[in-house]
Design a protein around this ligand. Structure first.
Ligand code: NAP
Length: 317
């Protein structure tokens, strides 16, 4: 059988990059079309050098441009990047344009939507400002209710906290030494509040299994994480790994939001959005473990890195 063409949106990024790397290892099964706004950038050129068909496409260019980029696809990995514009409405427009374009592709067999859960539903209306989750869940609802023919071949993947956040945003995720040389990490969580975590580098492994499984995963929502861990546990393991004294500090949500604004330059709305997503786990536990979701870590043949694995792979954090 000829290889199936898989279009990967966000191919130059963390999720998409992992998928492209994985699928390129199976050239008899998959042909990879990697989308980027800028095929001349070094990450895009490196994907091309490794065998991906790199093509230009901007999610803001509208349905017709996207339909051309998806032409002949057997599968599409669809992602939107909230943090580019920090706008839920812009993310919803992009997500709907992707879905509207995907339904026009007669060859399409499988559509994979990179998502986050509905914060309002899972918190019973308690947390209403987690816009970067809500936008992705609304796109999933749009596909389910407005594009049923696409939904019939859609797999939704809920992403957790990336281990790699401590590489991309070290100021937020790595401890800093206080005046006594104790490495301190501050979050608005109790020390025993767990969140789902994983290594983004493992994304490709799951997506390959999902694409190979096909109809087994249609209309399913997969909760993707390797471990439910508290930030305090992660900090303690990091302290042991580097032999440094550590201290976890639970701060209140207002103080945390102020830090996000002053240290990380977030506007007030983004700081509330970011803080509320963490507080959902504080109040409702590990919502990713709910029975309504397929648990990625129970999928046979999928081995996922642990936090300890990640610490050992990254010599210097
Ligand atoms: N960090 C976390 O813990 C976490 C957890 C769960 C979910 N998420 C979600 O993950 C998403 C980001 O994915 P990521 O981590 O893979 O991001 P990333 O590494 O920052 O990469 C973003 C990708 O999106 C592409 N992109 C952005 N705007 C585009 C546009 N207008 N048209 C076409 N491509 C565009 C970029 O491609 P080019 O620049 O090459 O065009 C790039 O490949 C966000 O929506 C975030 O909410 C993050």
């Amino acid at each position: 059988m000829a290889p199936r063409t898989v279009v990967v949106i966000g191919a130059t990024g963390l999720q998409g990059g992992s998928i492209v790397s994985e699928l390129l290892q199976y050239p008899n099964t998959f042909k990879v079309r990697a989308l980027t706004r800028d095929p001349t950038k070094s990450t895009a050129q490196s994907l091309a050098a490794r065998g991906a068909d790199v093509q230009r496409a901007d999610l803001d260019a509208g349905t017709n441009v996207l339909a051309a980029a998806f032409s002949g696809a057997h599968a599409i990995y669809a992602l939107t990047d909230f943090w580019q514009k920090q706008s839920a409405s812009a993310e919803i427009v992009q997500g709907k344009a992707i879905a509207d374009a995907a339904v026009q592709i007669p060859t399409l067999e499988h559509f994979v939507w990179s998502a986050l859960p509905d914060p309002e539903r899972l918190s019973g209306g308690r947390f209403m400002k987690v816009n970067h989750w809500k936008s992705k869940s609304l796109v999933a609802e749009y596909i389910q209710h407005e594009k049923p023919e696409l939904w019939a071949k859609t797999t939704t993947i809920l992403f957790p906290n990336y281990f790699e956040n401590c590489l991309t945003s070290p100021e937020r995720y790595l401890p800093v030494p206080n005046a006594n040389g104790v490495y301190t990490l501050s979050f608005p969580h109790s020390p025993d509040t767990v969140m789902p975590n994983f290594a983004i580098a493992d994304t490709g492994k799951l997506v390959r299994i999902v694409l190979e499984g096909g109809s087994e995963y249609f209309t399913k929502t997969i909760a993707f994480y390797s471990q439910a861990l508290s930030e305090a546990e992660k900090l303690a393991a990091l302290g042991e790994r580097y032999n440094i004294p550590t201290q976890y500090r639970k701060i209140n949500a207002d103080e945390f939001q102020q830090i996000l604004e002053s240290r990380d330059g977030m506007c007030a709305e983004m700081a509330v959005d970011f803080a509320e997503q963490l507080l959902i786990f504080e109040e409702f536990g590990n919502i990713y473990a709910r029975y309504e979701f397929v648990q990625a870590r129970e999928i046979p043949g999928l081995s996922l890195r642990t936090w300890i694995d990640f610490l050992h792979e990254n010599e210097r954090l």
